[in-house]
Design a protein around this ligand. Sequence first.
Ligand code: NAD
Ligand code: ZN
Length: 366
Amino acid sequence: MAVIPVALGGRSYDVHVEHGLLEQAATLARPLLRKQRVPVVADTNARRLHGDRLERSLSEARHDVSWFDVAPGEGSKSWNGLAQMCDWLLGEGVERGDHVLALGGGVVGDLTGFACAILKRGCGFIQLPTTLLAQVDSSVGGKTAINTSAGKNLVGAFHQPSLVLADLDTLGTLPQRELRAGYAEVLKYGVLGDRAFFDWLQTNAAAVLALNSDPLQHAVATSVAAKARIVAEDERETDDLRALLNLGHTFGHALEAETGFSDRLLHGESVALGMVLAARFSARTGLIGVEDAARVTHAVSAAGMPAELSALGLECDGARLVDHMRHDKKMDAGTLPFILLRGIGEAFVARDVELADVSAFLDEQL
Ligand code: NAD
Ligand code: ZN
């Protein structure tokens, strides 16, 4: 039984990481569900595969479920998608003290969370994450957002859920590639702050990816605990701590932008490759040894993700990738912070990185 509290100032919410949680959803959420009618926003794949278990639990507790379907894909995290959801929630009569359930991956979680942040100036929501990425990352920490024509996640709010139920059974239906991409964020927690967890993953990656019960629960719960610890200390990324979660993301963002945020490279895959690049760049500047960079590379390729930039066949140079980085929203007053390594498990924010060096480094890697 794993329950991880996320403590934020005077408030706190629990993240449950367990099998069979959707069957217990009504019981676990009972204090939060004041009305008979329960609004549930769902990714259509998640609903088709796992909606029955949730509906049964709520029906047995004499709730009526009202579903709002969200089409899979980033395109749903849009102004249009937000407007439709807000109109629907208002039509459902959702009030401030009510809770909306979000069943799906990061797309549904981010969109529902943002709608709930602004609906009646803030109503409650419960995350029921059904992808590995959502369970270890997006459902915890309260960042919510939609995409606009100017870029991803540029309009959003901090709005914490009241409860997160990460049902490990939902991962059984996830496509292999999505599972591996989510694993990149698991690996990230080891590389950024927990050498022992990184070492444990070296031995247990295959078992985690095979969804073996105990290793899977350990990996998800350890990841959630790492995120909870960081978010508790730096909810709004005002000091450098929460920024460490962006390890691999600045390099990764450039790769996502270059591949047009398409299926060619999933977010997690770009983060995994981004971590390899961050580790190699750290080795290049003498911060870590080449053996540690090789360990990170091996961890990524062993999990079945691309670990070599040259293998992507990009038709661009380092300067172009650096240009994409300049448009990253992490850019602050003209400088771009990079998350680099002093060792595995010892990430830090470097603010003095010369973009010309990054460009030359990427030319070597391409
Ligand atoms: P996603 O929500 O698009 O889901 C990926 C795919 O898996 C979709 O096709 C979906 O239909 C399908 N799916 C979901 N659950 C399934 C299941 N159990 N079985 C089979 N298929 C299933 O993607 P994601 O990777 O979960 O999330 C990515 C989003 O999360 C991005 O929009 C990203 O910006 C956001 N994100 C947010 C944060 C945050 O802190 N808020 C952090 C990281 C990522
Ligand atoms: Zn990420």
